[in-house]
Design a protein around this ligand. Sequence first.
Ligand code: ATP
Length: 350
Amino acid sequence: PVTGPLTFAGTAVSLVGIEKSFGSHTALRGVSLDIRPGEFVALLGPSGCGKTTLLRALSGLDRIDAGRILIDEQDVSGVPVNRRDIGMVFQSYSLFPHMTVQQNVEFGLRMRRVDAARRAARAREVLEMVGLGDRGGRYAHQLSGGQQQRVALARALVTRPRVLLLDEPLSALDAKVRVQLREQIRRLQRDLGITTVFVTHDQEEALAVADRVAVMNDGVIEQIGTPEDLYRRPVSPFVADFVGLSNMLDGVARGGEVEVHGHVLPVLGTTVEGPVQAFVRPEDVVFTSGDEGVDAIVVASSFLGSLRRTVVRAADGTLIAVQHDASDRREPDDAVRLRFAGHPVVVRPR
Ligand code: ATP
């Protein structure tokens, strides 16, 4: 029952071949995804790629045209939203303005006809959990944006849902609160062990919080993997471009290698041959004092805290970004020599 101990037995979720169109526009083209019990998965992609559509399909807010949705191996494809046992938090603060925080959090329990005493105790317990134990008597307009989202989170968790769905819950907050709240959500999620799907278009946010990130593009999942997988072993130019920053350097590919500025680098997972662009991470370009390397002139250097990013121009005019230790200062017009760290790179034909 909803008022039992506040624990979450991790729930597995499977999406199998989900298709969804709006009129003539296909938003999801056969999306499959297996989420493990207790896992935190982020759906990441540019605007319009289908993230929200996939989340709404999972929640039951929208019907799907084809495919199956399994929650703990039970096919819920035809089950309405209020019987899927799902908690949701949206981007906009969706608290009821005429109810106190406590009443907002109790709402789901009231709908399930839990008696007043038990509902009050459970709501207090969950508000305590999100650090708002002393705010139960307030109204939404008396809270900051971050606090309102914590209430929304408490309201989503109070009924002990099997799955938690978060649709850009941080994007209306300012930068500092956004980072604090994402860390709080992550800690809570891990402590509770609740299976969570988080939609965001912010790659840094996705990499920071998720166990695995599914990168979506035009209605399909291009790649799913750990943050490290996506960053170090992107399967396509789209993923390499969307996750992290890259220099796109002209090169020539042959036999699983690419020659860029006189250096030979291994190529990740394609058989493209001939003229290509190679995606080289700024931290994979390093200054060298050796005899061999690419000669260049510093154009600009920006301080990023512990790091510095310096843009240089090679003799052929190519601009290359170099990420390096902040203590290594480079000034505009300095002559430098570069080499490549030799990590495998993604290429695409040019
Ligand atoms: P965003 O971050 O901008 O919300 P998204 O990745 O979440 O992007 P979706 O909202 O899932 O994208 O939309 C995917 C595509 O489906 C878009 O082209 C969108 O215009 C279209 N779409 C979504 N909902 C509807 C709807 N109710 N009616 C018509 N088209 C829709």
